[in-house]
Design a protein around this ligand. Structure first.
Ligand SMILES: O=C(O)C[C@@](O)(CF)CCOP(=O)(O)OP(=O)(O)O
Length: 327
């Protein structure tokens, strides 16, 4: 069977996915909204062969660990079931996501895998169907199927057939700047999957997260529709702070922030006090992503660049959804 190569880009959540209602099917407790980025992506080539008796996974040129291979076999098993064939594949993934960029490559990785593997086995799925396969690799991956501004619908059904992502706005429609600020920090100990599980199960603040998430989503949708940056920035910063507040109420409590994280948060709020509109968001780690309109990108960059705790800054804009490359 022919090899197929697909590319998918990383995304950054503006309204966070934080908590599952179903761990096995990776179904979220709430909708989330993200921006797919232009700079960082994964390129994945998949080739099925009846000559194989298990999946083989090459990650950045090296044979992947058994654990990493098991992770990619999950979506491949779904694809095999769709076609009713027990056929295995060679998966060759290259992440153009420098670890210094402060982004996880799982979102772009599972989106590229879903796109390449379905085509390689002879399926021709639409984006919504692809997002449901990517979702079962890693939740946030479903959003990377699309470019620009994307919403992941949590769905209500137990089987997850109504939990998929769709595009809210094309990447060329709103040229925001996203600055990923890499800070001097110790490696993070609690991965997002474990962090959100502990939070859902034990956090006294998790009910507050769920009570206000629909309002955050509605504000964000309107802000994106109206290209109202102040409205979007305000809600995304609040949403990130609420997400991280839930971790403090977990048992045992935990915190992704480190000293440098809080220093950057203060710098951004001081910039706003001076009239430079910039907002921050933070995921499951100490690094900060700063969002501003392109007209302010340079002044925000220069403000951050000189700070002692800043190790690296990568500037992105909204980017494309999946694409297929010639082999
Ligand atoms: O991206 C967001 O909405 C917010 C987060 O990045 C954390 F801040 C969660 C990402 O979670 P993910 O890695 O997708 O978890 P999985 O489904 O357990 O693989």
């Amino acid at each position: 069977m022919e090899a197929v190569t697909a590319r998918a880009h990383t995304n950054i959540a503006l309204i966070k996915y934080w908590g599952k209602r179903n761990e096995e099917l990776i179904l979220p407790m709430n909708n989330s909204i993200s921006i797919t980025l232009d700079k960082f992506y994964t390129t994945t080539t998949v080739q099925f062969c009846s000559c194989l008796n298990e999946d083989m996974f090459l990650l950045n040129g090296n044979i992947a660990s058994k654990e990493e291979t098991e992770k990619i076999s999950r979506p491949l098993n779904i694809i095999r079931k769709l076609v009713g064939r027990n056929i295995f594949a060679v998966v060759d993934s290259i992440n153009d996501v420098p670890t210094s960029a402060g982004f996880a490559s799982s979102a772009s990785g599972f989106a590229a895998l879903a796109a390449a593997a379905t085509k390689a086995i002879g399926l021709d799925l639409d984006s919504r169907e692809l997002s449901q396969i990517a979702r079962q690799g890693s939740g946030s991956a479903c959003r990377s199927i699309y470019g620009g501004f994307v919403e992941w619908h949590k769905g209500e059904k137990e089987d997850g057939t109504d939990s998929y992502a769709e595009q809210l706005l094309h990447p060329n429609e709103w040229k925001l700047s996203i600055l990923s600020v890499l800070l001097e920090s110790k490696p993070k100990k609690i991965l997002s999957r474990e962090g959100m599980k502990r939070t859902v199960q034990t956090s006294v603040f998790y009910s507050g997260w769920l009570e206000t998430i629909d309002q955050d989503l509605s504000i964000a949708r309107h802000a994106i529709n109206e290209r109202d940056f102040e409205k979007l920035g305000t809600v995304l910063e609040k949403n990130a702070l609420k997400m991280h507040a839930t971790t403090l109420g977990a048992n045992p409590p935990f915190m992704y922030w480190q000293g440098a994280t809080i220093e950057i948060m203060n710098v951004i709020q001081e910039l706003r006090a001076k009239g430079i509109e910039a907002y921050f968001t933070i995921d499951a780690g100490p690094n900060v992503k700063v969002i501003c309109e392109s007209k302010n990108e340079e002044i925000v960059y220069k403000t951050l660049q000189g700070l002692p705790m800043v190790k690296d800054i990568h500037t992105c804009q909204p980017g494309p959804g999946i694409s297929y490359l010639a082999n």
